[in-house]
Structure formats: structure tokens, C-alpha cells
Write a protein that binds this ligand. Structure first.
Ligand SMILES: [Zn+2]
Length: 459
């Protein structure tokens, strides 16, 4: 079942933080959370300094403690890497607090979100990028739950008997809270300077989601497939490159990474060519078909899902408009009584294969249900370049990648009943429902969604 902390990625992303969702996190937990009151800060006590989140597996699976006692995972909702990335581990209750008390609250695991930050706890200096993310992440969570900075504490402050824990080591929690409070009030100085959009030689800062010639140059410099799309694979290669060059492995190519790249001269040539100025890329697309019908959180999630899947966000919106009868409602039911529900009309068996149920899907917010839309489409990542293919992934996955003239349902074929059930789609009534015919209604909804009344535009 999905647990309650499904808002964590959005809250952190909105605070400008980098996140990495661990597969299965929505359904992971020892049980449900109670009312969330605050955050407990920890350190992992792990060395492996060259890796950004070496404790990840342990946080998911649990640990065998000294004396052989097993502490089952998950051990925290969030892991914070040395590069400042938040790894989303669980949406339910976790084993992180133990016995203790903070501001009168003694139900540690039930009431507090746990953050395990990578640090050896034995004098390792906290990287500024990690400390800054720590404060901003805690601030974003407290803001979301409507609590003040007083409701974050160190495990060393919570744990009883006193002295049982020393984490997070070398962080003065009173100072930490003061900085979180000023960040929450909007007066906090971000100690980690924002990476400039361009370096001194006009090379653009590149990150996941970027596309184009500069990305292609970067990829050839890294020795990977130069498709011009900065996706997960490119990000992994960048982190790897940065680790090897003793740079902060944040996966973002700024001035320092450009300098270290063997193809730096090529990049200079590219940016110096006045005929081809490196375009300043907006962080997110500026328009979205049907975008005025959904919340900003919904739009943000569609953008991030589509960046991952390499799908045009307008295509996914058109498909959801079609499947949900323009409602974008998580609970809308199939009119013909097939039992299908929600944004992409999940069938009960589909819900099961995604690790949920139709009942649970209907109860979710539309924003949360998008996480299951993402999960559904993940096997098709990188293969859905046309509207028809996005729709085929829902209607008839075997037709993904096939020609538009491909026959899905054939009257005189081996399964005439399938044709009869979909006869309405056979526009030219030739006894064959082609891929193009089946996608025709979705194409009309794409056009409708791009009309002024339905099109969302960024300010
Ligand atoms: Zn701890």
C-alpha cells in the first residue's frame, strides 16, 4: 500500500533540492506514520568517502547491529548524500529514532521524519553543499507540515538516556535551527552559491532535462552516446566523471566540470560561434496542453515524469485528457463498467501489477496518482516519441514503435471480437482499426488542449 509521505519529493524539489526517488519508496515503511510533528537529523557513520550515498542499501533493508540484533529497514525516510542529493527511501514509518523525547513528543518513529546524512561521525568535515541541502530540506519539510524550526532536532538531542547518541556529529543544533528558521522566513543566505548559468567562456551550465548541441558536445567529451539529451545515463556519467576529477559529484556541468572536460576547446568553439549562441534553457517547459485544468504540483510532476521518460509532456496530457474524459480526476470510472479508473484508466490487474489496487488509486490525489502513471510508463522509457506511441502504451502496448498503418484490431483476423469492441475507432470502416485511427481521438484532444482556453503558460 502507498503510505502518506508521498509529498516529500515535491516539497524538496520546490526548495530547489536535488532528489533521487528509490524504486518502491511509496509503498515502503514499517507501517503508517502518525501525525507528522517534526524532523530528526542523523548521520550515517559511514566512511566510503568516494561514494555519494554508500549507506543507501542499508537504509532500505536494515542492519544487523552489534550483538547480532536485527534492526529491520527502512531506517529513514530520507538519505542525504555528500553531494547534497536527497534520496527518497520510504513514505511510511521508519526505524530511526529509538527511545527519546523532543518538546514533549516521545513517539519518535511515528511522529518524526528521519534524515540520515552521509558522514563518518568521526570528524569528517561536512561539505558545504551537503550542509546547505540539509538545512533547506529540513526547512521545506517543516514548512509543509506547518511546524516551526523548533521541531527539528538532532538524534543526540532526542535520544534517551542522554548521551546514547552523538549524531549528527559536529553540527550545533541550536545554530542549525536558527539557520533553518531564517531560510523558512525567506531571509536565509544560501551559503552554496548558485551555479552561474554560463561560465566565463559562455559555456552553458547543463543539467538533467537539458537538450541540444551543448549536451551533445558534453556527451562526446564524456565518451558516451551523443544523442543531445541530458537524461539519467548522462547524469550518471557526469557524476562518475566528477568523482574521478575530485569535483563535487552533483551531476551538474558548471564551470569547474567544463574546465575538466577533455573537449573543453570544442565547447568554446561552439559557444563562441555567434551564429549558434548557446540558448538559455528554461528550467521547465513554458507551456502545457490542458495545463490550466490541473494544479501547479500536478504540472511540475508531469514535467519531471516526462523528462525521465523522454516523452513530450503535451502528449501525456492529451492521453490523460482522453482517458479521464477531460476531468484529470483520480477517481473517474470507466463509463462502460470495465472497472478501469483514474488518469490513464488503470485496470484492476494493472493496479495490482503496479503494487497497488483500484480502491487505493481512487482514494489518492491526482498528484499522487501520477506516481503510478510514471511507474506504468517506465518500461517504455525512451521509446515513446510520437503521440500515437504514448497512447499505444496505454491501449495496446504491442503496437508501440509500429507504423501508423499497423492493424491493431482486424475484423477478419484471428480475434474478431476485439475488432467488434473497438469498431467505433475504424474511421474508414475497412475492417481494420489501424494505429493511426486508434490515436485519432487523442490527436483531437491534443489540439483541443493546446487551444488558448486550455493551454497553460508560464509567467
Ligand atoms: Zn541517529
Amino acid at each position: 500500500m502507498a503510505y502518506s509521505l508521498t509529498w516529500l519529493p515535491d516539497a524538496l524539489r520546490k526548495a530547489g533540492l536535488k532528489i533521487a526517488e528509490q524504486p518502491g519508496w511509496i509503498d515502503r515503511g514499517l507501517g503508517p506514520m502518525g501525525e507528522i510533528r517534526g524532523v530528526i537529523c542523523h548521520h550515517t557513520g559511514t566512511k566510503a568517502y568516494d561514494r555519494t550515498m554508500p549507506t543507501l542499501r542499508m537504509l532500505v533493508e536494515g542492519v544487523v547491529q552489534a550483538g547480532g540484533k536485527v534492526l529491520p529497514g527502512p531506517l529513514a525516510q530520507l538519505g542525504l548524500g555528500r553531494d547534497g542529493t536527497f534520496h527518497i527511501i520510504a513514505a511510511g514509518r521508519c526505524n530511526h529514532a529509538g527511545k527519546g523525547e523532543w518538546r514533549g513528543i516521545t513517539t519518535g518513529n511515528t511522529s518524526f521524519i528521519g534524515i540520515e546524512a552521509e558522514n563518518d561521525g568521526a570528524g569528517e568535515k561536512w561539505p558545504e553543499v551537503q550542509l546547505d541541502a540539509y538545512r533547506r530540506g529540513v526547512g521545506a519539510i517543516l514548512k509543509h507540515i506547518g511546524a516551526s524550526a523548533d521541531y527539528c532536532c538532532g538524534h543526540k538531542e532526542f535520544a534517551l538516556p542522554k548521551g546514547r547518541k552523538n549524531d549528527p556529529a559536529n553540527i550545533d543544533m541550536a545554530d542549525f535551527r536558527a539557520r533553518v528558521a531564517s531560510l523558512m522566513a525567506g531571509t536565509g543566505v544560501v551559503s552554496n552559491p548558485v551555479i552561474p548559468a554560463k561560465d566565463s567562456q559562455a559555456r552553458p551550465t547543463l543539467r538533467r532535462g537539458d537538450k541540444g548541441e551543448a549536451v551533445r558536445v558534453l556527451q562526446s567529451g564524456l565518451g558516451i552516446n551523443a544523442d543531445g539529451v541530458f537524461g539519467a545515463g548522462t547524469e550518471a556519467a557526469v557524476r562518475d566523471f566528477q568523482r574521478k576529477h575530485n569535483l563535487v559529484p552533483d551531476g551538474i556541468v558548471g564551470p569547474k566540470s567544463w574546465l575538466a572536460l577533455p573537449n573543453a576547446q570544442v565547447a568554446v568553439g561552439l559557444a563562441a560561434n555567434p551564429a549558434e549562441p548557446a540558448p538559455a534553457k528554461p528550467a521547465t517547459p513554458r507551456t502545457l496542453a490542458w495545463g490550466v485544468k490541473v494544479s501547479s504540483a500536478f504540472r511540475d510532476r508531469v514535467f519531471s515524469i516526462c523528462a525521465d521518460l523522454k516523452v513530450d509532456p503535451d502528449y501525456l496530457m492529451a492521453c490523460m485528457a482522453f482517458e479521464s474524459g477531460r476531468t484529470f480526476s483520480p477517481s473517474v470510472q470507466n463509463a462502460a463498467g470495465s472497472g478501469a479508473v483514474g488518469l490513464i484508466q488503470f485496470m484492476p490487474t494493472t493496479a495490482g501489477s503496479l503494487g497497488t489496487t483500484s480502491d487505493a488509486l481512487v482514494e489518492m490525489t491526482a498528484e499522487d496518482q501520477l506516481l503510478y502513471v510514471h511507474k506504468y510508463f517506465t518500461p517504455f522509457r525512451g521509446r515513446l516519441s510520437t503521440l500515437a506511441d504514448v497512447y499505444m502504451a496505454i491501449l495496446w502496448p504491442a503496437a508501440v514503435g509500429k507504423a501508423d498503418s499497423h492493424g491493431l484490431f482486424v475484423k477478419d483476423g484471428p480475434k474478431p471480437r476485439q475488432y467488434l469492441q473497438n469498431k467505433g475507432l475504424d474511421v474508414n470502416a475497412d475492417g481494420i482499426v489501424t494505429k493511426a485511427e486508434a490515436a485519432g481521438k487523442v490527436a483531437a484532444l491534443l489540439d483541443e488542449g493546446r487551444k488558448a482556453a486550455n493551454l497553460w503558460k508560464a509567467d
